[in-house]
Design a protein around this ligand. Structure first.
Ligand code: FES
Length: 168
């Protein structure tokens, strides 16, 4: 298959996947439409299906659930587990609980932003990493703590960041 044909096939696959996801979200809405207080459940399921909740998905949910877009957007922005941007394959969670903060958490954030060229809350252009600030991760004795995916890195200092990232 030549490159042009391959690109057309990839575009068609992506369009088909997009259509499937929308149909799945509409099914979820159909299931919950007449049940009061189910907006959060619908948003959760939609995020599982779509991966995140961009404005167009929020609009589909608002229309389907008979809510205003501003109400749906308000709920999405209130809860930190909803994301309006595609999630990275690896989330870097930097603890900013008291112990981690006083032991240099802020300098770790700055070094990570510098190394990855993104700010907190953003995702690298290749979709690999995003930086998130989190509350106490329960390992205060080993502060500062950084989680990358499921891995916990303890007693991190800015000079270790480059080496840690290289593992991923
Ligand atoms: S404050 Fe960071 S692990 Fe508790």
């Amino acid at each position: 298959m030549n490159t042009e044909a391959l690109q057309v096939n990839i575009a068609l696959d992506a369009a088909a996947q997009e259509k499937e996801k929308r149909e799945a979200i509409l099914k979820v809405i159909d299931t919950y439409r007449d049940k009061p207080g189910c907006l959060i459940a619908v948003l959760h399921l939609a995020q599982e299906i779509y991966g995140y909740l961009p404005l167009e998905v929020q609009q589909i949910i608002a229309d389907g659930m008979g809510e205003s877009l501003s109400h749906v957007s308000g709920v999405v922005s209130f809860y930190s587990y909803f994301s309006t941007r595609p999630r990275a394959r690896l989330e870097i969670k930097i603890c900013m609980g008291t112990a981690c903060y006083v032991r240099g958490g802020k300098r770790i954030v700055e070094r990570l932003e510098e190394e990855l060229g993104i700010s907190v809350g953003e995702t690298t252009p290749d979709g690999k990493f995003s930086i998130i600030i989190t509350r106490c991760l329960g390992a205060c004795g080993l502060a500062p703590v950084v989680m990358i995916g499921e891995d916990v890195h303890q007693q991190v200092n800015p000079d270790k960041i480059e080496k840690i990232l290289a593992k991923y």
